[in-house]
Design a protein around this ligand. Sequence first.
Ligand code: ADP
Ligand code: MG
Length: 353
Amino acid sequence: MLQSKELIRDGAKVGDAQSANRPALELRNLVTRFPGDDGAFNIVDGVSLSVAPGETLAVVGESGSGKTMTFLSAIGLVPRPGKVVEGEILLDGTDLLKLSEEDMRALRGTRLSMVFQDPLTGLNPVFTIGDQIAGVLHAHRKLSRAEARQTAIGLLEKVHIPDPHRRIDDYPHQLSGGMRQRVLIAMAISLEPQVLIADEPTTALDVTVQAQVLELLAELREQSGMAIVLITHDLGLVARYADRVAVMYAGRVAETGDAEAIFERTAHPYTVSLFRSVPSLETDTASDLLEIEGQPPDPAALPAGCAFEPRCYLGHGRQDCQTTRPALRAVGDSSHRAACLHSSEVITEGTAE
Ligand SMILES: Nc1ncnc2c1ncn2[C@@H]1O[C@H](COP(=O)(O)OP(=O)(O)O)[C@@H](O)[C@H]1O
Ligand SMILES: [Mg+2]
């Protein structure tokens, strides 16, 4: 729909031969539950999604929709007293839920890495960035001090930090926000993970620096064939960088598919509302908050039917929407799926525009 013309594809997709069609990361019916005053409730409520080697999956949705919790679940870092209680987390075919805590710890950072929104919280202020990168290398790779330092300089070069021989001895506060985010990315990729999860990696940065960091991620992905999960509320970034998209609402996937399908044949009213809440890709800055009328539901008190029904321009007040919880089902091509009882109306409306 609206922004389809601006949908720019960055380069050819990597049709990697090594692991055929196996996703780098696949979540199957993942449920993460927290105890509450009125009984346990699900913050991640049956999420299925996958990302292939060399592909970027954007995960979008308003604040509180469960994006972060889904991927904290995937890397085994759900805050207590939450717990993954159902589903599978397949990393290149291995179910991570079956691993011991120790194996999971060894795997975090090495095969599956995550970078977060605020580059300061990820860095320790009392150590130089060189020591912090070398620390990761030393812990996992048993490199000597000199080797680790040399490798760290190489990594800083790779993430385009100017003058890395000098910068390596800087403390985090001596670097700009954008440079700190590059350091975190350098740490996250230092052990060549198969999957990099970037949780709002540029939200704290200004627009120019944002673009540079995302270009960097795209470049690293192309070099290494790693899969990237880009968690964002910025649809401009989605159009520019994502191959595929998963739209989340209330701990569930509302719509998923190729980026092109999501933009051009939008099939869920929530996705439509997200698009409408972005003034235009040019003027959008990542700090703009999405504003759809009403509030997302409390995960402890989800409605019986569709979680979006109370705010939905199409389904509000409809009895079937109030009583039936819509499952994700195919709309159009096989990988495009939406959890809406009336997705055909949404699609028709979109093409009529
Ligand atoms: N440690 C926690 N304990 C209980 N609830 C939490 C915790 N962290 C987040 N939540 C709740 O989980 C829901 C999803 O949060 P989150 O995954 O952070 O959303 P998003 O990343 O999409 O903004 C929200 O309702 C949030 O309030
Ligand atoms: Mg989040």
